[in-house]
Structures are given as C-alpha cells and as structure tokens.
Ligand binder design. Structure first.
Ligand SMILES: Nc1ncnc2c1ncn2[C@@H]1O[C@H](COP(=O)(O)OP(=O)(O)OP(=O)(O)O)[C@@H](O)[C@H]1O
Ligand SMILES: [Mg+2]
Length: 587
C-alpha cells in the first residue's frame, strides 16, 4: 500500500496545514518533516489537512513532507509499562532527563520479559482473553491479553521463557482461517475506549486512608472525582498521597503541564518509596506519565487520553486501577492554545466549544467493569483542577462538576491556615454514599450515615455561628452555641485534619477512622448531656482531655485501637467530674 503524502503549507507553533491529493483520515497519526515528528490529523478541508504536532516544531518549513501512517494515534500497551516514566505519547523518559529525541518511536524492544503461557494449542480464545502471565522481578504480576479485536483457536504458543514484548508468543487461527500472531504487547488508539463485557455498578470504595475523603466524601471504586483548588491549596500533595496510600493495585499518575520542578518531585520521590500495603517499591505498581509545562503543548492534550488508555489496559487484566491527573486545567489550556492557533471561534473564557465534550470523553472512561475475559476490574479517575483565582465558577471546574460523582473542594483559607488536607467540608460532596454504607457496616459501623450527617450538621452550624461570634464575641454566645462551636472545632482538628507527613497519621485504616469517629460522637453526646445539666461551657472548653482528643490521630496508631477505649473511659470520667462540680457549684 502506498503511503499518503502531503506538503506543509503553513505552520503556527504546534499546528500546521498541509496540502495533499492523497487520502488521510481524521485522527490519523502522521509523521511530519524530515525528522518524522509525530502528529495527528485533526481536521480535513477538501485538499488541506490540519495537523497538530506532538513535538517541538522549530526548524520545520513549508514544503517539508508529511506522511500518513494509516492508523489512528495509538500507544503500545505491554508488560514494560509498570515502574516506568513516559512522556504524553508513552515514549520512555530516561530517569533524570525529561527529554525525548525528536521523532523518537515508542520502543522498549531491547528488554525481555518472562512469559508463562496459560493456554494450549486447540484452546478457543475470545476477544480480550488472557493467554499468558508475565512475571517481572521488579513489578507486580501481569496478564497478557489478546487485543480486543482478536479471537480464534490457538495454533501454537511459546514455551515459558524470556521474550521481547513484540515477539509473537501466540499464534491464532481466527475467522476465515486467518492466521494472527500475538505478542505480549499490542497497540491501541488512545481516543477509543477499550471495550468491556459490561459496565457494572460501583460496589465498594476506592479506600484512600484519608479520613476527610473516606468517611466524609468517599469515592466509589471505578468512580470519578475532581479535586479543584486554587494555587498552592495542596492538590499535588493530595494526589501524591492518594497515589501512595489508596488501595488500587495499579496507579497511573499523569503530570500534565505542571511545572517541571514539581513533576521532578514525583519523579525523584516515587522510585524511592515503598508500597505501604506490600512493602515493595511503590514504582512496581506505578506508571508515571510526565508532560511538564516545558514540553510541547499538543502532547499535553494527548497525554490525558494516553493515561486513560494505560489505565484501561490494566483494568482489562482484572485489576483495580486509579488514575491521578494533575492538572486537568493545564490540559484544558493546551486545548485552548491549539484551538486559538487554529483560529477557531473561542467560547467561554477562550476555551473551545468542545471543551466540555472532551472532558466527558475523559471522565466517562472511569468504570467498574466485567472485562471481556470475565474478570472484575475498575478504573477510578481523580482529576485535579486549578481554577484561576480559586474561582469555581470558571468553565473547567463547572464542566468537570457535571461529570464527576465526588467533588473535593480545596479551600484557600484552610490551606493558608496550614490545615491539611484543605478539603472544605461544606463545599465538597460525594454521590456514592448510599452504596458505600455497606462498606462501613461491614467494618463495624452501621451508624456511619447518621454519624457523618451529624458531623456535617455541626460544621454547618459552626459556619453560621462563627459569623455571629465574630461580631458579639464567642463568650457572649449562649451555652448551646458554645457547645456547637466546641464540637465542630474538634471535628475539624481531631478528625478532618490529617498530616501527610506524620508517620502514624498519614494513613488511617477503616477501623481507626471508625474508632476516631465514635470517640468524637461520644464526646458530642456527653457534651449535649452536660449542657442539659447546665455544666459551665467555659469549663468544658478547658478540659485537659481535649488536648488528647485533638491529638488522637497523631498519637494512637492503627495497631493501638484499644487505646481509644481508654480515651473514651477517661472522657466519661472527666464528664462525671464536670457534672459533680456543676451540681456542687449550683448547691
Ligand atoms: N496534606 C498536607 N500536609 C502538609 N502540608 C501540605 C499538605 N498539602 C499541602 N501541603 C503544603 O502546601 C504546599 C503546597 O501544596 P501543593 O504543591 O500540593 O499545592 P498545589 O495545589 O498543587 O499548588 P499549585 O497550584 O502550585 O499546583 C506544599 O508544599 C506543602 O508545604
Ligand atoms: Mg500542584
């Protein structure tokens, strides 16, 4: 087949026009210029193509050639992904250098992987079936999948041994006796969702070990969450905390247009960390896709889809996958820049009119599924959003809100007070509460829904009262209101606040979250009873025990849950003392 050709006629940064009399297709990958830079056909007008180029276009000239590839922009999915760092088109970045040679191909050919067949000649395989396993000493076990468009009877399969990821380890006879060779890796177009047998409703949470998320605004496994927050509100730290602690089996972390030095933090830190659940290096379950602000802007646009495609690939192996994207706003800005250079009519805040549908394309690929091979798998997506001036009414945040089920709003005031995670309890929400009630019941707290609601009620009342307290002074408020403020302050300090840097508190098990919640609920009950017995609120507010309550997250670890019982007993004794003194004073 002859290769379709075109000639560059106009260049504007990452976009160019090329004239042709050959046939190209929309979204076809193209090789641009003498260096064969990777690009994608994004529009076709009669004899002219519009192409966005994913690499630096410096040096390209009108008249330079463009070659078609005949296939959509795609990435190679295989056993070499885990533990490595890639650019937005899944080309390996060497550890230090955030640099890829112009025109570099996505190759990792030199390396071999230990393949174990799980099928034998004569077996009939359906699309997406598992035909082997890959064991790497430095990464979690993986499965080899038939590409979703390939099925048939096994003619031959390789003996266990080490093979390159492109080596045809399995040969199939498909429909019409067509013979097809299959390797451990295969390509998949990034803009096309990988097919599944069935999308199924969310069952349990993506557990994160962060109280303000799991207890207050939990995310279903296979769900989608957004984390909007202004400059410096802790988005990156929270994303990294989730990447380290959430109970996913594979993490895909896409740093999208963030400053190079921030990304460098992830690039340097992650390879040195251990997975808290297994004690193995964290990178064994992680794929990092880095597209910093100094990399070509169009590649940033693609990196989000590359990341989702990688996530789906592991989901299709029957794994729980979590994808963190930091930040989707930088991605939207890339979209805006490319659109601007094309001279498209700008919409809200200069973003193209298709911003919303592109965001939907991304978030809707999160799912809890039955894979083509019959396993359960999930892909959860957590996108950070950085609205300019922390204004949540700007287009990227408002559109995101339409597609996510969890909204974790980061609050500049909290961040400024160094209250982390700065998730605002009154601006955030989760729509998965009903299904996740079962999780908390199973872990021993059937009252979770009511207790959570009680916490939120107190926090709401606090927000109202604080305005008044600022005017009249806290001490002038009636005792009942002082009691509300005290309880709400405790909920904030002792429960919602959680340091990412504390060895004991950076992760909080479900059992400890319950113990802490119930300790606070007990305090609230006791303080209400004390109120009825007309205990002096000023005295209550100075109980030495409050200090222990505020510090319980830092002081009592996951292995010392019985200490919460002791704390509760001491608390009850303290209240009895208070009441006695109250009676004595009254007498
Ligand atoms: N959970 C946390 N515990 C302790 N400190 C935190 C926490 N989260 C954020 N911080 C502090 O806040 C600073 C800014 O956090 P971070 O870089 O995550 O913000 P950001 O929202 O990603 O900022 P930007 O808008 O620049 O991307 C951190 O350097 C750290 O000092
Ligand atoms: Mg950041």
């Amino acid at each position: 087949m002859s290769v379709a050709e075109a000639k560059i006629s106009w260049i504007n940064g990452p976009v160019l026009r090329a004239s042709t009399s050959d046939t190209f297709r929309i979204n076809e990958a193209a090789l641009v210029g003498r260096q064969q830079l990777l690009g994608e056909v994004i529009r076709i007008d009669t004899r002219e193509l519009v192409i966005q180029v994913y690499e630096d276009t410096t040096g390209l000239r009108p008249g330079d050639p463009v070659l078609g590839t005949g296939s959509a922009l795609s990435v190679k999915l295989g056993p070499g992904l885990l533990g490595n760092i890639f650019d937005g088109l899944l080309r390996p970045l060497s550890g230090e250098g955030q640099y890829v040679e112009p025109g570099a191909k996505q190759t990792r050919a030199a390396q071999t992987y230990a393949f174990h067949p799980t099928v034998k000649p004569g077996d009939r395989l359906t699309q997406g079936a598992v035909f082997g396993a890959v064991n790497r000493p430095d990464a979690r076990a993986q499965r080899c999948l038939l590409p979703p468009d390939c099925a048939g009877e096994v003619i031959s399969v390789a003996q266990p041994g080490d093979y390159a990821e492109d080596y045809p380890v399995c040969v199939l006879r498909g429909r019409g006796d067509q013979v097809r060779e299959v390797a451990m890796s295969h390509r998949w177009p990034v803009r096309t969702p990988r097919p599944v047998a069935q999308r199924i409703p969310v069952e349990g949470p993506l557990f994160t070990g962060q109280r303000v998320l799991d207890t207050m605004f939990p995310l279903g496994c296979g769900g989608r969450a957004a984390m909007p927050g202004g400059f410096g509100t802790g988005k990156t730290i929270l994303q990294e905390t989730l990447a380290k602690w959430c109970d996913a089996e594979v993490i895909v972390y896409v740093g999208c247009g963030e400053r190079g030095n921030e990304m460098a933090g992830v690039l340097h830190e992650f390879p040195q960390l251990d997975d808290p659940h297994t004690g193995r290096p964290l990178m064994e379950r992680t794929v990092i896709i880095a597209n910093t602000s100094n990399m070509p802007v169009a590649a940033r646009e693609a990196s989000i889809y590359t990341a989702v495609t990688v996530g789906e690939y592991f989901r299709d192996q029957g794994m729980r996958v979590a994808l963190m994207a930091d930040s989707t706003s930088r991605w939207a800005e890339a979209l805006r820049e490319v659109s601007g250079r094309l001279g498209e009519l700008p919409g809200e805040a200069g973003y193209p009119a298709y911003l919303s549908s592109r965001q939907a394309d991304f978030y809707e690929r999160a799912a809890h599924v039955r894979t083509l091979d019959g396993h359960l798998g999930s892909l959860s997506i957590i996108g950070a959003v950085s609205p300019p001036s922390a204004d949540f009414s700007e287009p990227v945040t408002t559109h995101t809100k339409r597609y996510v089920r969890c909204f974790w709003a980061l609050d500049p005031a909290r961040a400024q007070a160094r209250f982390y995670p700065a998730v605002h309890p009154l601006q955030s929400y989760s729509q998965d509460l009903e299904v996740l009630r079962e999780f908390w019941t199973q872990h021993g707290n059937p009252q979770w829904t009511e207790q959570r609601r009680r916490f939120l009620g107190l926090l709401e009342e606090q927000a109202r009262l604080e305005r008044m307290a600022r005017i009249v002074g806290k001490d002038a408020l009636p005792p009942r209101q002082q009691q509300v403020l005290l309880c709400a302050e405790l909920i904030n300090e002792a429960f919602l606040r959680q340091s990412a840097f504390s060895t004991i508190d950076r992760f909080c098990s479900p059992e400890r979250q319950i113990a802490m919640m119930q300790t606070l609920v007990r305090f609230i009950d006791l303080s209400e009873a004390a109120l009825a017995q007309q205990v002096d609120m000023a005295e209550l507010a100075t109980l030495p025990l409050l200090r222990r309550l505020r510090r319980m997250g830092e002081d009592i670890g996951d292995e010392q849950l019985d200490q919460f019982d002791a704390l509760r007993r001491d608390m009850e004794a303290a209240f009895i003392q208070l009441a006695k003194r109250g009676v004595a004073d009254a007498g």
